[in-house]
Design a protein around this ligand. Sequence first.
Ligand code: ATP
Length: 503
Amino acid sequence: QEDVFKKLVSHCKEYGFVFPSSDIYDGLGAVYDYGQMGVELKNNIKQYWWQSMVLLHENIVGIDSAIFMHPTIWKASGHVDAFNDPLIDNRDSKKRYRADVLIEDQLAKYDDKINKEVAKAAKKFGEAFDEAQFRSTNGRVLEHQAKRDALHERYSKALNENNLEELRQIIIDEEIACPVSGTKNWTEVRQFNLMFSTEMGSTSDGAMKIYLRPETAQGIFVNYLNVQKTGRMKIPFGIAQIGKAFRNEIVARQFIFRMREFEQMEMQFFVKPGTELEWFKTWKATRLKWHKALGFGDDHYRYHDHDKLAHYANAATDIEFLMPFGFKEVEGIHSRTNFDLSQHEKFSGKNIKYFDPETNESYTPFVIETSIGVDRMFLSIMSASYCEETLENGETRVVLKLPAALAPVKLAVMPLVKKDGLPEKAREIIDDLKFHFHCQYDEKDSIGKRYRRQDAIGTPYCVTVDHQTLEDNCVTLRNRDTMQQERVAISELNNIIADRVSI
Ligand code: ATP
């Protein structure tokens, strides 16, 4: 699986999906640029989300708030004081780690050990294998499970109490070694604030320290009453936003999974107090359905309900996706109570309560948040779409089986040869279709090579123009996944493709 991941990363670079930032200066840690194909896929993901949120819900509208915001917002939201990660250094390797991540990796190791035992037994016993019974009776499994449970309990308690010394003690007691040097020479654990800051205004005026937003949500909270009043919105209603967020992540790893500059698609849903847990359930189910509609298979998703809740939340779950490096969070769904709005009321001194015209009451709405990382969604789609196939003739092809609606290029048009009026005919087809979907013209190399190139960027359809086309105005339409070819009339192409690549 790690191998597949490495291949995916180089594929992303080779075909213009994702480049390391500042590549000719050897890159910048955990910052990436999207190339000519990547930007198309990313835009399509954003459009797919925006349509399902804003266009399909009468009571959800969008905004686009600024990245720079008044610094008191981050005081009110708790980010200045508490948006921290526990950091630990290894004295030998001088490498820096997140203490919580080291412990979570250790928990995953126990899980791995258990899964290995189960897999071994399943192989040995074949069809007669009863997994549930094996898990509850096998000595080795029970031993690993007991260690895992004890660690989990101790770790959760330390997190809840924000006990940094205990986090360090766990790392020492579990004999967790530095992944680079293999040594166990750890420093104390310190809190590290993840927000980037800069200065606004000239220094002679007295510059103001401001932050690059670490989440887009606060831009929605401070605008909620503007939107409610001007949009005449009635509770329950939602505000959606897509935009950049910045976090000075300590451990930058796994490509675009954890970046320092990334993009979020967030929707805050404002509800009447007391109804929030019902709405939490509704959004939890709705969001999973949205993910599954992409067709990668239901087994690629799972919920991870939080037992440790942030101080402002009364329910929280993650939707996890099976990445090449295991199940990982792609989206968070949180019931944020009225924490943020109450805090902004307190810190701004303004009344930002909602007036309910039906009951003549004023109250601070409760909020359900759905928050998804565009880049993580991008990575999940790329990793689930990347395939290496062996063909009947023994050759291999790399194909990106992207959902057609998200594919960067929908249709490639190719003249069979570079002469006899075929290129002109192919251009004519593109000139007609380019207003409807992203087309690409390609005349270089053999037709087989050209198909391979389109497979590698996930183009769902290729059209080939041959000599026969000049006589009957028909072309060959090739399907990326099945590689099957059909003969269709040029006049039908628009309808056929539109039908097959729409969301
Ligand atoms: P993690 O536990 O992985 O750090 P988080 O719980 O801090 O994530 P949230 O604050 O809930 O994440 O952010 C919502 C979503 O934003 C996440 O589900 C993820 O998709 C995305 N996201 C958060 N941090 C990053 C990052 N550093 N790089 C890319 N995407 C991110």
